[in-house]
Design a protein around this ligand. Structure first.
Ligand SMILES: [Fe+2]
Ligand SMILES: [Fe+2]
Length: 171
C-alpha cells in the first residue's frame, strides 16, 4: 500500500495527526527498521492495518491506531545495538518498555490502559506476558506479519532480537 493512501484516509488521520506531526516522532524517519524501511514507516503501516482490522471487527480502532503507531517509539535504532548488554537487556526484550516510557512522556493525553497494554505487550511471546485486549493481539500480530520481510535477510534476525551485535557496517 502507498503511504499517500494512508494520509488520504481522513478518519484515520484525525486520530493520529498529532503523533505523525510531532518532532520527536518524525525523527524515526531516520531510524532504519528492516531492509530500507524506517521505524516511522513500519509504525505507520502497523498502525493503519491494525486500525482497519479493529474497525472491521467493531473493536476500538482508535486505540489500535494510536498503540500501533507508538509500539516501537524507542530511542535508538536496533541496527545500532553495539553496546554489550545482558541477554534480558537486549533490544527485543526491553524496547516495548522504553516505547511506553517515551509515549507517556510525549503523548500522555493519548495513553490509557488499553494503549499502554498494546505497546507493552506487542513483543509477546518474546516478552512472556500475553496481551490483555483484542486490540493488543491485533497490533502484536500485524507487527509480526509486517516484520516478516526480515526473513529475506536472515542474518538480521539475531541482531533484531538483540542476541547478536549489530552496527552500521553489518548491512
Ligand atoms: Fe517492537
Ligand atoms: Fe514493530
Amino acid at each position: 500500500m502507498k503511504k499517500n493512501k494512508i494520509f488520504n484516509d481522513l478518519a484515520y488521520m484525525k486520530l493520529v495527526k498529532n503523533i505523525l506531526e510531532n518532532d520527536e516522532f518524525t525523527k524515526r524517519e531516520n531510524f532504519e527498521h528492516h531492509i530500507n524501511k524506517s521505524v516511522y514507516d513500519h509504525c505507520l503501516y502497523v498502525s493503519y492495518y491494525s486500525y482497519k482490522i479493529a474497525k472491521k471487527l467493531h473493536l476500538d480502532e482508535k486505540s489500535a491506531a494510536i498503540g500501533g503507531l507508538l509500539h516501537d517509539f524507542y530511542d535508538e535504532p536496533w541496527i545500532c545495538n553495539i553496546e554489550k548488554k545482558n541477554f534480558f537487556e537486549k533490544h527485543g526484550f526491553v524496547h516495548a518498555k522504553k516505547s511506553l516510557l517515551n509515549s507517556k512522556k510525549h503523548f500522555s493525553n493519548l495513553i490509557d490502559k488499553k494503549v499502554e497494554n498494546i505497546i507493552l505487550r506487542h513483543m509477546f511471546p518474546l516478552n512472556i506476558i500475553p496481551p490483555k485486549y483484542m486490540e493488543s493481539w491485533i497490533v502484536s500480530f500485524v507487527d509480526k506479519y509486517t516484520s516478516l520481510e526480515i526473513f529475506l535477510k536472515p542474518k538480521y534476525i539475531p541482531i533484531y532480537l538483540g542476541i547478536k551485535k549489530g552496527g552500521k557496517n553489518e548491512r
